[in-house]
Design a protein around this ligand. Structure first.
Ligand code: FUL
Length: 505
């Protein structure tokens, strides 16, 4: 118990009190005093908001992962660190092609596997020989991390790094401080030599090193280095800003709260289980169906804004294998993933692994383009755009249709429910509902329903629990000239920034 409490306090210090350099006066946490009643806890939860870096990250919606390295050339998924650096030889590597392609598909940020579990570095690190400097590409003069960072700057999208804590090559692994020093040195190279870094992704996988030893990671020290060198970067997965959604399928939860109890954040448990032991079954906590509902927060000692990232690969593997060229996810499958990740209050981190030549393969590029086309066709026309809006206890009614995320509908006084009726000005056919809360104010809605007027009566089209940054719901096509959105329950006055109705192609 005492240990738990200590972890929570430490965690809150890290993320919240600016021990690690958070500059803005953050309200992305709250401490719950003992014996606080549920109503007060729920109110407090409704006022927890994202930090500036978390807000920027959430608005990205789509982030691309590039897994490339030794495994690309050995056909493996987890290298053992004994691979010869000479094997790394992509002859046509073109990071501009990667970034251009994903940008055209709507991605706003990329993350490169600077070092995967095999310890091979895609940049010429001073601290190891196991890197691109000993590979034939550009006679050892190449620096893939730099090339990705440069392309991101050129195309004006975010840049992030994946640096695997687990290193199966380093002889220091398992030694304690010496490995943590090595890791800090590498982190420092990555955070000082390549301009702005927007996301640092720490994998949960933690196995044994080449010497059979396990390493205890000094996360707190690593976080300090990141906050100091790149204060606007979010630290994801094994980090305080962004939470792993709990699967590697790209599918999020029906009920996805970005505010969760801080006492869930036991990093040792996450290290042991997350993304490593794939047989690990959801047991509540980070992998349960609902992490932040009333039932979960009623016993919380602290609350924190800790939003979910859903990661998945466009192929069965994380690395490129030619044999999987015909197993690339189809545009329709990617669309389904989109509805279930971005449409469920997550950021989608989609991996598109470059091939042996160092290019995004035609099969992946085609899938991305097909998926983008589907999204464009679906979301081209908001069928509510000319609608009139009525709500007898509403404020700023029109702002749900003004295409501006920063203006929002809310309710009078302390009303936590509302019925918003929209007259569509003619009969329209639709099968997708889009809702967005203004999360800068907090996440509040707990239950909502969309009904349509069938000429005689109101009929249910769809319903949901949480909204968050974005909620997308599909349902059987409906033709109507009038709809109503009922916010049945909300933690405080609901704040709806956007509402849309669309028809799938
Ligand atoms: C996992 C790793 O083991 C996989 O290789 C991949 O990098 C994925 C994103 O995370 O934990």
């Amino acid at each position: 118990m005492f240990k738990k409490l200590f972890q929570v306090i430490l965690f809150l210090q890290i993320v919240v009190f600016g021990v690690y350099g958070q500059t803005s006066k953050s309200t992305n946490y709250a401490i719950i005093k003992p014996a606080t009643n549920l109503t007060a806890i729920v109110n407090t939860a409704a006022n927890v908001t994202p930090s500036a870096r978390q807000l920027r990250w959430q608005e990205l919606e789509l982030t691309a992962f590039f897994h490339i390295g030794m495994n690309t050339f050995t056909g493996r998924e987890w290298g053992d660190g004994k691979e010869d650096p000479k094997l790394f030889n992509p002859t046509a590597l073109d990071t501009r092609q990667w970034v251009r392609t994903v940008k055209a598909a709507g991605f706003k940020q990329v993350i490169i596997t600077a070092k995967h579990h095999d310890g091979f570095c895609l940049w010429p690190s001073k601290y190891t020989e196991h890197s691109v400097k000993n590979s034939p590409r550009k006679n050892g003069q190449g620096d893939v991390v730099k090339e990705v960072a440069d392309a991101c700057r050129e195309y004006k999208i975010g840049f992030g790094i994946y640096l695997s804590p687990w290193d199966r090559n380093s002889p220091l692994y398992g030694s304690g401080t010496a490995y943590n020093d090595y890791f800090v040195n590498q982190l420092t190279e990555l955070l000082t030599q390549y301009g702005r870094v927007d996301e640092v992704w720490f994998d949960g996988a933690n196995g044994e090193g080449s010497n059979g030893k396990k390493q205890v990671y000094d996360f707190d020290r690593w976080y300090k280095v990141i906050r100091k060198l790149q204060p606007s970067a979010v630290i994801a997965i094994m980090g305080p800003d962004v939470r792993w959604v709990g699967t590697e399928t790209g599918y999020g939860r029906e009920t996805e709260w970005s505010v969760v109890p801080a006492n869930n954040l036991d990093q040792l448990t996450i290290t042991a289980k997350s993304q490593h032991d794939i047989t690990f079954k959801p047991k509540g906590d980070m992998r349960g169906d609902d992490l932040g509902g009333r039932d979960k927060i009623k016993t919380a000692t602290g609350l924190i804004w800790y939003p979910a990232e859903a990661d998945v690969s466009i192929r069965p593997g994380w690395f490129f294998h030619a044999a999987e060229n015909d197993k690339v996810k189809s545009p329709e499958k990617l669309m389904d993933i989109y509805y279930n990740s971005v449409g469920k209050n997550c950021v989608l981190l989609l991996n598109i692994p470059p091939d042996k030549e160092g290019l995004l393969n035609a099969s992946d590029v085609n899938a991305l383009q097909g998926w983008k086309k589907l999204r464009d066709e679906t979301f081209k026309i908001n069928l509510l755009k000319d609608a009139s809006v009525e709500c007898n206890n509403g404020v700023n009614l029109k702002s749900i249709l003004d295409d501006d995320y920063n203006t929002w509908f809310t309710t009078h006084n302390k009303d936590t429910s509302a019925v918003i009726t929209l007259n569509l000005k003619g009969s329209k056919t639709f099968d997708v509902l889009l809702l967005q809360e203004n999360i800068a104010i907090g996440q509040r809605v707990e239950k909502f329903e969309l009904d349509y007027w069938d000429g005689n009566d109101w009929k249910k089209a769809t319903e949901g629990t949480t909204i968050g940054y974005k909620r997308l719901l599909r349902f059987s096509p409906v033709t109507a000239n009038k709809v109503r959105l009922t916010i049945e329950s909300s933690r405080l006055n609901p704040t709806i920034a956007t509402m849309g109705l669309y028809k799938q192609p």
